[in-house]
Design a protein around this ligand. Structure first.
Ligand code: BGC
Ligand code: NOJ
Length: 814
């Protein structure tokens, strides 16, 4: 069953009923000011950091799940009836409803009692504000007297404190009202120089800024007293809960449309110009007023919306494909790329499953996110790499997370996740391959943000590599530390105390438990580093890296192979994890995918055997399961992985993040049919027809789909913010379709299904547009290239002469 449809021409997903199985959300803003918006206008906004600069309030884990947001109420002033045109919170029986989630905007349209309303929500490029543009049309045969009420609940900035510190917070709320605009200025009197504002394009009949005055005692957003009564009380918040609400009257003749703009924004003043007059406590509005005036103007709003559309045209034009499969086209051309922007911006901080106060930007996550993002805005990828590297520790390790506002490593979580440092090499390599900008390696970057500790980025990569060599275990494999990619394989944790974090509790000295996964990552990253070194003329270093990589490969072959698949780890007792000798958790996906992806076992049959084992033991119709058999009880020595009931999350869930590793591995062993088949199984668009089972949005990947051991096998959870976005984009574009940036240039080496007659693509790479046409002649993966009509040896297309902007590449697959 579907709850909407893809409008590919407009690049929108159109939801046609408001009660989707879960809130289906979208992101507004892609630079500094961000909002999350659901298909019923739920959600919130923040400036840069969802924890520290939360503009509007949102209550997670609410009942119903999604309540609180950018709510507009319409009221028929003749009958007194009122309703929410976005369905929530009053949940009327709408005559018609559509929600169009587009790229950076959402339009919710509905009709009730002959009154049509369309609200367009978006954040203009380069601005710290959001626009709600409401168009109301009277489809009745009689004139209509209507009232419009806006509403937003302000957050007192620090979202964690806002949700917990009521003894203080109920007494600090402050606002100002000027010319119909509401200014939220809590804590502005002392240490903040920022405020929020909520303005309206029409003459207002009244306002409210105190929540209780608006909703009324013992009421909620579904039935605000002020709306019921048809009159706001011009309340001025002193303490308690500051909100913004306007009242606008509309007289509409039959078929007449009128529009209103509401503007919610964030603004900063220079410290010495906070007040106007300077000796007063009144917010200086000199620099914000022109911004407000501009975006309360319809022509400017039109122009800003158009600019946003063009911006996305440009970003998506970097890679467009035309394959025989509509789901591949739609995900690659639109939604997967779009999701990669969201994961780049948010890391794992703010979604409907990540509360914005839990995690900042993850070191491992953000580096991997670059794989799907770097081609879109390379300059931002560059900045991100340097920010991440600045949180690296002098010993080569890294803070596991940092806060986007401060760009400082998060001390609560700390480091010692022993895979982390290698992801920096992976991220930098992706950047170099995409851009050819080798200057980044010479950028001076501090360690732990300490002034004076700056060293070239290249040295950071060297320390990343060395970090593992300094931490080898009894089998010569890397020690795992707190965890590797699998945050829930906590082999040094041994926690039996409720409430302890599995990731940061360490009860063992960490000298025994080893990770085969990190070994594979070390091999992959080490090869990249060796190539980087070689190209910088550091041949000796390159040799040394390759020698270490070869040694590690041998170790994996000897100590990390279980007969039919790769082992996962050794625990603190030196016992195997992910072996046929284990009672449960005999085989894991991570090492099958990643060892092969890193090239281990390609020449000795291990790779092929590992892929067969995945197909036999882990693959399901809904995707590939993380491990089997699921852990049926808690294992003290394994940690969080065994804390989940079987089939969920890391305990035998279908973790969509590492499915693409297997897809890439299948391309490495030349199996395009299987690589593509795995791709299709978790492709959200392909799963759209089973939306009632899948439940999450059909236009973006979710982190997890319940595995076969779960009662809800096939149900997705934790949509949007997951490494799945970048890895699937990378797997399908670079390995299945095979359009792959390399240090040398753009390589084209597809490994696609035998049944595909071919496909087309355009790829903007280092300023040149490659127009690619692939035609299948035989059933294999042999590639013959013609570049601008001339046969070309090999698979890497040469860079064209200076000034040539487009290259045509004909590819024959034999
Ligand atoms: C989740 C992991 C996640 C970790 C982050 C765990 O509870 O299962 O997926 O990486 O928390 O701290
Ligand atoms: C989600 C985390 O963000 C990521 O860092 C981790 O690799 C996966 N969960 C697997 O545990």
């Amino acid at each position: 069953m579907k709850f909407g449809y893809f409008d590919d021409a407009n690049r929108e997903y159109v939801i046609t009923q408001p009660d989707t199985p879960l809130p289906w959300i979208n992101y507004l803003g892609c630079q500094a000011y961000f909002g999350i918006i659901s298909n019923t206008a739920g959600g919130y906004s923040f400036y840069r950091d969802a924890r520290l600069r939360r503009v509007s309030r949102y209550r997670y884990n609410n009942v119903p799940y999604d309540l609180g947001g950018r709510y507009i109420y319409l009221r028929d002033d003749d009958s007194g009836e009122f309703w929410s045109p976005s369905w929530q919170p009053t949940r009327p029986d709408l005559e018609d409803y559509t929600c169009r989630h587009g790229l950076g905007y959402t339009i919710i349209g509905s009709r009730y009692s002959g009154i049509e309303a369309h609200s367009t929500y978006f954040v203009p490029l380069d601005e710290d504000l959001e626009i709600w543009r409401l168009a109301v049309t009277n489809r009745r045969s009689q004139p209509a007297s209507l009232s419009v009420y806006s509403s937003i609940e302000f957050c007192l900035w620090d979202a964690n404190d806002d949700a917990t510190n009521f003894q203080r917070n109920f007494s600090i709320g402050e606002v100002e009202i000027e010319d119909g605009a509401i200014y939220h200025k809590t804590e502005y009197r002392e240490r903040r120089n920022h405020f929020a504002y909520f303005a309206c394009s029409r003459k207002t009949e009244g306002f409210d800024t105190q929540r209780e005055a608006f909703v009324g005692p013992y009421r909620g957003w579904e039935k605000p007293l002020a709306v019921e009564r048809g009159k706001l009380s011009n309340s001025v918040a002193h303490g308690w809960a500051p909100i913004g609400a306007h009242h606008v009257e509309l007289q509409l003749g039959p078929e007449e449309t009128q529009e209103v703009i509401f503007l919610l924004g964030y603004h900063e003043n220079p410290q010495e110009q906070k007040f106007d007059p300077p000796a007063s406590q009144t917010v200086n509005k000199k620099t914000v007023k022109p911004v407000i005036a501009k975006y309360l103007n319809f022509a400017d709003v039109d122009a800003a919306f158009e600019k946003l559309r063009q911006y996305w045209d440009g970003l998506l034009a970097v890679c467009q494909v035309e394959t025989p499969d509509v789901h591949t086209n739609r995900m690659v051309n639109i939604w997967n790329a779009y999701q990669c922007m969201a994961t780049f911006n948010m890391s794992r901080s703010a979604s409907f499953y990540e509360s914005g106060i839990g995690r900042g930007l993850g070191f491992r996550d953000s580096n991997q996110d670059l794989l799907g993002f770097v081609q879109m805005v390379p300059a931002r990828a560059r900045e991100r790499i340097l920010d991440l590297a600045a949180t690296q520790l002098p010993n080569g390790g890294a803070y596991h997370q940092y806060q986007p506002l401060t760009k400082r490593g998060n001390n609560d979580v700390g480091g010692n996740f022993n895979d982390d440092p290698h992801w920096l090499i992976v991220g930098v390599a992706a950047y170099l391959k995409e851009t050819g900008d080798w200057s980044i390696l010479d950028e001076p970057v501090p360690y732990d943000n300490a002034p004076g500790s700056e060293q070239p980025l290249y040295e950071h990569l060297q320390r990343s590599f060395q970090y593992t060599l300094d931490r080898l275990g009894p089998h010569g494999l890397p020690l795992i530390g707190r965890a590797d990619w699998n945050d829930c394989l906590n082999l040094n944790c041994f926690s039996d105390t409720p409430g302890q974090s599995f990731q940061t509790t360490t009860n063992k000295d960490g000298k025994v438990a080893e990770s085969v996964f990190i070994a594979a990552l070390f091999v992959l990253a080490g090869r990249e580093l060796a190539e980087i070194a070689r190209r910088r003329g550091r041949t000796d270093e390159a040799q040394r890296y390759l020698a270490e990589v070869a040694r590690m490969e041998d170790t994996v072959r000897e100590q990390g192979w279980d007969g039919e698949w790769f082992l996962r780890a050794y625990d603190d007792f030196g016992r195997k994890v992910g072996s046929k000798e284990c009672a449960e958790g005999k085989i894991f996906i991570e090492t099958q995918g990643f060892c092969v992806l890193a090239g281990i076992g390609l020449d000795d049959g291990r790779a092929q055997a590992a892929m067969e084992s995945v197909a036999k033991h882990l693959a399901t119709g809904h995707g590939i399961i993380l491990q089997q058999p699921a852990y049926s009880r808690y294992y003290l020595e394994l940690g969080e992985i065994s804390s989940y009931p079987p089939g969920y999350k890391e305990n035998a869930g279908i973790f969509c993040h590492n499915n693409p590793w297997v897809m890439i591995a299948e391309t490495q062993v030349g199996n395009g049919d299987r690589a593509y088949d795995y791709y299709a199984r978790i492709n959200p668009s392909a799963r759209e027809p089973i939306s009632e089972l899948h439940r999450c949005e059909p236009y973006v990947y979710a982190q997890m789909i319940a595995g076969r051991d779960a009662p809800t096998h096939g149900e997705a959870k934790n949509s949007w913010l997951t490494g799945t976005a970048a890895w699937n984009y990378y797997a399908v574009t670079q390995w299945i379709l095979g359009i792959r940036p390399t240090f040398e240039g753009l390589e084209i080496r597809p490994v696609v299904p035998k049944g595909w007659r071919g496909f087309k693509a355009t790829r903007l790479f280092r300023g040149v547009t490659y127009i690619i046409a692939v035609t299948r002649e035989g059933e294999g993966n042999q590639v013959a290239l013609k570049v601008d009509g001339e046969p070309w040896e090999g698979t890497v297309v040469p860079a064209p002469v200076e000034g040539q902007r487009a290259v045509t590449v004909e590819v024959t697959l034999k």
